[in-house]
Design a protein around this ligand. Structure first.
Ligand SMILES: [Cu+2]
Length: 155
């Protein structure tokens, strides 16, 4: 609403100036230019989250467990040690409006918003370009019971 009001105001301002000059109103051109949304801000940074199996029995984790990124960053989930892991986004905790983004960006797993199994040495990258800001909770499906969880906060 605020953006539309600004566009209307700019158009009126231009119309007032242009109209008094030569009698030909020029209100149309600036309104189309102003309607173009700004490009999604993104740093293009890459953040790696390793998926590891600890030395103690039944210890599986994301390292680091919690990361903070900016929209436009890419998160690489890398299998490092142990059995294969996957990454599932917790549908019940994602930010408003994030479902469509995640459904399109995270695929291949046994449920919506989850990746295929990632074995040692391989990785899956997820671009957060266009991701709504907020906290995204993640977990590894086979190791959820063992507490393999984490979060990605998009600023
Ligand atoms: Cu796992």
């Amino acid at each position: 609403m605020r953006f539309s009001a600004m566009v209307a105001g700019a158009a009126l301002f231009v119309a007032a100036c242009g109209g008094s000059k030569d009698g030909a109103p020029k209100a149309e051109a600036p309104s189309t230019a102003a309607a173009t949304p700004p490009a999604a801000a993104g740093t293009g940074n890459t953040v790696t989250i390793e998926m590891v199996t600890g030395t103690a029995a039944n210890t599986f984790k994301f390292v680091p467990e919690n990361v903070i990124i900016k929209a436009g960053d890419v998160v690489v989930f890398k299998g490092v040690t142990g059995s294969a892991h996957d990454v599932a986004f917790d549908k019940d905790s994602i930010p408003p409006g994030a479902a469509a983004f995640l459904t399109a960006a995270v695929k291949g797993g046994p449920q919506d918003m989850s990746t295929e199994m990632i074995s040692d040495g391989s990785s899956v990258s997820v671009s957060f370009a266009g991701a709504p800001a907020g906290k995204y909770k993640i977990y590894c499906i086979p190791h959820l019971a063992m507490g393999m969880k984490g979060s990605i906060t998009v600023q």
